[in-house]
Design a protein around this ligand. Sequence first.
Ligand SMILES: Cc1cc2nc3c(=O)[nH]c(=O)nc-3n(C[C@H](O)[C@H](O)[C@H](O)COP(=O)(O)O)c2cc1C
Length: 308
Amino acid sequence: MILSLAPMEGITGHVFRWAHADCFSALDRYYTPFLAPPRVGKPFTNKGLREVDPASNEGLNVVPQLLTRSADEFVWAARLLADMGYAEVNLNLGCPSGTVVSKGKGSGFLRDLDGLEAFLADVCERSPLPVSVKTRLGLESPDEYERILELYCRMPLAELIVHPRVQRDGYDGKPRREFYGETLERVPFPVAYNGDVFSSEDMGELLAAYPGTRHVMLGRGVLMNPTLPREIAGGAPLAMEELSRFHDDLYAAYVAEMGGNAVFRMKEWWSYAKHSFADPAAVWRLIRKAKKAGDYEAAVVRVFRELA
Ligand SMILES: Cc1cc2nc3c(=O)[nH]c(=O)nc-3n(C[C@H](O)[C@H](O)[C@H](O)COP(=O)(O)O)c2cc1C
């Protein structure tokens, strides 16, 4: 069974991947949060470069994810990534954000199936790296998925990762797992499942329903409980000292990367990590108000002293 970490823009970038792998064991695979490919002929720069720089990902199995509807830019980025030593490139067809969808990218690309078919046929032919896709079921209704799935079946994809919600769902409601089951039965290439696996019980239910599962991508579950992959493998539950050490490593790494902005990054993490505590609302009350590093650090001391 392959366990991977989901791409989560603003959270599971290279700093998080490293801190997590350093404190716990590395997952089998990681996906970068979505990156816009550089213009053809230009290199990756700034944030994109920091994310894909091989030095940022040494020792980890990382698949870069691209968000684009330009085949030329996708292929160009795949060439750069191949030169850096990556073995696969992933296309984001799931992002539900309004600004992304309105540009016809992410799940917005699922509205234009003729355009998507031409794009995928072209990039699969020209990309020097195998191309995998992370998809939703459609925009408005899962009825859209039949045509989308037929399209994927015609493409030589390296893998299809299914988050079985539509764009309109956001992250609400239950994932429509039956569509993952159908995908498993029908596509001629490997399939991965993603969505709402928050505990080893959730994983058990998924595997009981779909025993053919070979790859599960974990997202918010790892943010809420960093030892979820270990627990799924039958290991010990999270100890508060582990969470405290992980927090300190993650915070120190963000401070080194971005100085004072580290507090904002950490607050985003706490919006999930608070669920490792008996009283998440009390944790959030302490963390939420902190703006400066000193206030934040004092709040964290109180959280672990008073609420752990
Ligand atoms: C804050 C946030 C950022 C995300 N960023 C990305 C992204 O960059 N690329 C992507 O394919 N999915 C992104 N996702 C979706 C996740 O990869 C995943 O599909 C989703 O969280 C459902 O899985 P989970 O229930 O295990 O969390 C993001 C989700 C969240 C909550």
